[in-house]
Design a protein around this ligand. Structure first.
Ligand SMILES: NC(=O)c1ccc[n+]([C@@H]2O[C@H](COP(=O)([O-])OP(=O)(O)OC[C@H]3O[C@@H](n4cnc5c(N)ncnc54)[C@H](O)[C@@H]3O)[C@@H](O)[C@H]2O)c1
Ligand SMILES: [Zn+2]
Length: 644
């Protein structure tokens, strides 16, 4: 089907990483190590240049001088940047050449990773001198090295998009860290009313904790659940090593942790332990834990620094971004809370190693949602890897191709969320599109007393929203069917039979997304094109057999079954299938005729029908009607067949 087309064209070849840094930083050594670990080829610019000039670099320097050398260097480096797919290390002076900087900037813009390998000056200096044959270090080597460092360090920082400090690390550990950082994805969240922050996604992302917390905090409250103890231990180690005083705070699991009592307990503890405005909070856990931790951070002294470390797929793709924090009350979920921007989000893929399969799958519901509302590539990835994703096992997934798949899905989903929340922080317009599938999903969650997990409820809600979009003439049947089959292939539910439709409808009316008396949905015109579907005729909402009302409502009454038939649609630009308004009583000839080529409208429709010009035919219980899209909402365009 339409969603199957593959990535068009081959991506151009470019290095997986380009390493820059001072001489003696270990660029060649670590680059080789890194390449070997990843099974990639390695090139060293200086070796390639010597091959090109047919002599050693010191000889070339002596014979032709530095400017001539820089020219050769520029040509060789630019050539390799355009044609080589492995790990590439540059000479220490290369980034000082403007043309090379420009090429590196283009490389970064295409997703390239320029790693600044930042060694301890003394270690690097010693290595550089030991090696000998460095034309740039002639004379007082140490003094030369330091003065070059002062010149080059700011340029390296500007050119690189990753900085890897290697002080005190073994070459193996440093190479491993470089690999992790190169594989890391960063989504920058920015927009009106938000202080910008980064969501960093990757194996080992927790190691950015000290850098995100900054130098100011003395104390850090590490809030987590028992379920992620292994990861909070790692975080605590990193924090202590960086010199923070860490208060370890364990809260009850899941929703039980999102209460005023738990928040109060933490406030008291922060008070006793002397937390000030300049201290900080780190929340590490699923969305419930990070919501609570964020809420405490937002309220303690009117807001202290907060770092969000999500450990479930859902928390990574959804709860981490957008700034919502909060707690539940006995009356409902998330009734108390605040918008509060974190200093940063660290989604460490290593935390997923302990995540149970069903909770991972549930998170895919929100991932798919982001695909439907904005990013079709997400759907393609889900399709291509459905079987592996469905079989997700935390213990074994690191280091497998699935890790890269999951990492890309997280990045793309966070990007979708960031896009929708950056336009307006508070619930409105664009942000509301994130609620695709949620109006119905929330009703399911409530009727199931939250025994249904959110992502599962949203999956069913998306099927409902797709059906509704199709019933109201906006979405083609193929996409509705595709919605079902994709979600099913991921192990997500697509139907629910837990209650009668009127109960669902009543709840949807009460949902906080319903404004005033209007029932608000997010519908789909096509994949990637959501729209606001306000107050679809309640009959249209009813007309969804397999998601909700077939078994209970309609058959129990013994009266009729709504049966949406794709073939009822005419192939015009704006085809609708219609079922005349009908009050719940037996349909009669006054509001329905299916045996002629003309449909007699009931009074309520007369004007509209006349205006849009025509019911043309009806057959096999299907009414064909071509009208304009604008008239759709007043026409009650519900497709179907009514069987007494
Ligand atoms: N702030 C927002 O914008 C936002 C958005 C979506 C959801 N949420 C909130 O997030 C919560 C749902 O998030 P959730 O699905 O992560 O639920 P959750 O926090 O209840 O986590 C689900 C379960 O998985 C466990 N778990 C999480 N990570 C684990 C790991 N790495 N290893 C082992 N176990 C782990 C948890 O302990 C819990 O038992 C809800 O409270 C919801 O309101 C908030
Ligand atoms: Zn959601």
């Amino acid at each position: 089907m339409a969603h199957n087309h593959r990535h068009a064209g081959k991506p151009r070849r470019q290095p997986q990483a380009v390493i820059i840094g001072m001489m003696g930083a270990g660029k060649t050594r670590l680059g080789k190590e890194m390449a070997q670990m990843r099974g990639l080829p390695f090139l060293d610019a200086d070796v390639e240049i010597e091959r090109e000039i047919g002599m050693s670099i010191p000889d070339y320097f002596a014979q032709y001088g530095e400017p001539a050398f820089r020219e050769v260097e520029r040509d060789v480096v630019c050539d390799i940047l355009d044609s080589f797919g492995g790990i590439f290390s540059l000479g220490g002076g290369a980034p000082m050449t403007k043309a090379i900087r420009r090429r590196l900037a283009q490389y970064v813009a295409r997703g390239g990773k320029v790693v600044y390998l930042k060694a301890d000056p003394h270690e690097a200096m010693e290595r550089a001198n030991r090696g000998g044959g460095r034309p740039m270090l002639t004379g007082d080597a140490e003094k030369r090295w330091m003065s070059l460092f002062r010149q080059r360090d700011p340029v390296y920082r500007q050119v690189a998009n990753l900085v890897v400090p290697t002080r005190g690390m073994t070459p193996k550990a440093a190479a491993k860290r470089m690999i992790e950082m190169v594989a890391e994805h960063t989504v920058h969240v920015d927009g009106r009313g938000i202080e910008p922050y980064d969501v960093r996604i990757g194996e080992g992302a927790l190691s950015h904790l000290p850098e995100v917390l900054g130098k100011q905090p003395v104390r850090v409250a590490l809030i987590h659940t028992q379920s992620v103890q292994r990861h909070s231990d790692r975080a605590r180690g990193l924090l202590r090593q960086a010199g923070y005083e860490v208060s370890d705070i364990v809260i009850p699991d899941a929703e039980a942790g999102k209460t005023i009592e738990v928040a109060n307990g933490i406030w008291q503890r922060l008070g006793t332990e002397g937390f000030t405005r300049s201290d900080a909070i780190v929340g590490i856990g699923g969305g419930a834990c990070t919501d609570l931790a964020g809420f405490v951070a937002a309220t303690w002294m009117r807001g202290i620094r907060y770092v969000n470390c999500p450990t479930s797929l859902l928390a990574m793709v959804d709860a981490s971004t957008g700034g919502k924090t909060g707690i539940n009350t006995p009356q409902g979920k998330n009734l108390v809370g605040s918008f509060y921007t974190p200093a940063g989000v660290l989604a460490d893929l290593r935390t997923l190693t302990t995540l149970p399969n069903d909770i991972f799958i549930e998170g895919l519901g929100e991932v798919a949602k982001s695909g439907f509302i904005m990013d079709p590539q997400i759907l393609r990835i889900l399709e291509d890897h459905a079987a592996e994703l469905r079989a997700f096992s935390g213990e074994t997934f690191l280091g497998t191709p699935l890790e890269d798949v999951v990492s890309e899905l997280i990045e793309r989903t966070v990007r979708v969320k960031a896009h929708h929340v950056s336009a307006d922080l508070r619930e409105a317009g664009l942000r509301e599109f994130l609620n695709y599938g949620h109006t119905f999903g929330h009703a399911i969650e409530q009727l199931e007393h939250f025994r249904w997990r959110h992502g599962n409820a949203v999956a069913v809600g998306m099927v409902y929203a797709a059906e509704l979009s199709s019933l109201t003439g906006h979405l083609d049947r193929d996409t509705v069917d595709y919605t079902r089959s994709l979600l099913t292939s991921l192990g997500l539910p697509t139907s629910w039979n837990g209650a009668g439709f009127d109960e669902v409808l009543a709840l949807m009316h009460r949902d906080k997304k319903a404004r005033g008396n209007t029932l608000r949905f997010v519908g789909l015109e096509q994949v990637g094109e959501p729209f606001h579907l306000n107050d679809p005729d309640s009959e249209a909402g009813r007309g969804r057999p397999s998601t909700v009302c077939r078994t209970r409502e309609w058959n129990r009454s013994g009266r009729c079954e709504v049966n949406i038939r794709p073939e009822c649609k005419v192939g015009a630009d704006h085809p609708y299938t219609l079922r005349p308004r009908y009050s719940g009583e037996q349909p009669t000839a006054t509001n329905w005729r299916d045996n002629g080529n003309e449909v007699t409208a009931d009074q309520g429709h007369g004007g509209q029908w006349a205006e849009s010009g025509a019911a043309r035919s009806a057959s096999a219980g299907c009414v064909r009607f071509a009208g304009s899209r604008g008239a759709a909402s007043t026409l009650h365009p519900v497709g179907g067949r009514i069987r007494p």
